[in-house]
Design a binder for this molecule. Structure first.
Ligand code: IYR
Length: 225
């Protein structure tokens, strides 16, 4: 049995209510400027920025602090090309009918299709994998808990970190994503591809679908009781 050992909290910064409100508003105004972008320029982004964003993502809370995630940051043109070929093949069958009418109708306002040139033009693709087994040390092989929740929170942190650093992103989930396991050379017995994030600079003529800007009002999404 492991012992628990707590240390005093020393890095909490207490703010006045006024500053808190100011910070909450600043954060809201900043995150409102995050948009899913589908047109990326090939302008390079230094690896160190991606590394720092992944370190921020990895501070996310996770079940038993097992950190059940692995991030594969892809810069290689050859690997990006392989991913584009596989993803576009899957997306073609999806858009040609596999998705079903209702799903395709829901996507119409976004104007998406099977063509994914950004999988090659963007400087970075980040393939996020979840791990069934692990532990607080990388070599552990214990049961992981709340894996989906944990990896979802870390992915949210990563999207926020990339946006905060001045990059744009797209979450991409071609179905099924198992081809990523192979291309990224990950162990299929323990890891599942969770999401592919595209990160970089927007193309000069990048657009945002009007549909994506419609956000529900606070009283529609929250109750205070
Ligand atoms: N994966 C496809 C389809 C797609 C699905 C949803 I749900 C979206 O919000 C957007 C796209 C694609 O990337 O085109």
């Amino acid at each position: 049995m492991q012992q628990h050992n707590n240390i005093p909290l020393t890095d909490f910064e207490e703010l006045t209510p006024e500053i808190m409100q100011q910070k909450a508003t600043e954060n809201y105004e900043n995150i409102k400027r995050r948009h899913s972008i589908r047109s990326f320029s090939n302008k390079p982004v230094p690896k160190e920025i991606i590394e720092t964003c992944i370190k921020a993502a990895a501070t996310a809370p996770s079940g038993a602090n097992h950190q059940p995630w692995h991030f594969v940051a892809i810069h290689s043109a050859d690997i990006k090309k392989q991913i584009r070929i596989e993803a576009e093949n899957l997306e073609r069958s999806f858009y040609e009918g596999r998705a079903g009418e209702e799903w395709l109708d829901a996507l119409k306002p976004l104007g998406t299709d099977a063509s994914k040139p950004y999988l090659e033009s963007a400087p970075w693709l980040i393939a996020i994998f979840s791990q069934k087994k692990g532990g607080i040390h990388a070599e552990d092989k214990n049961q992981n808990y709340y894996v989906h929740e944990s990896v979802g929170i870390a992915t949210g942190f990563l999207i926020q970190a990339l946006h905060h650093s001045g990059l744009v992103t797209l979450t991409h989930t071609p179905k099924p994503m198992s081809f990523l396991t192979k291309i990224c050379n990950r162990n299929p017995d323990n890891e599942r591809p969770y999401m592919l994030l595209i990160a970089g600079y927007p193309d000069k003529d990048a657009t945002v679908p009007e549909h994506a800007l419609v956000k529900k009002e606070l009283d529609e999404i929250a109750s205070f009781i």
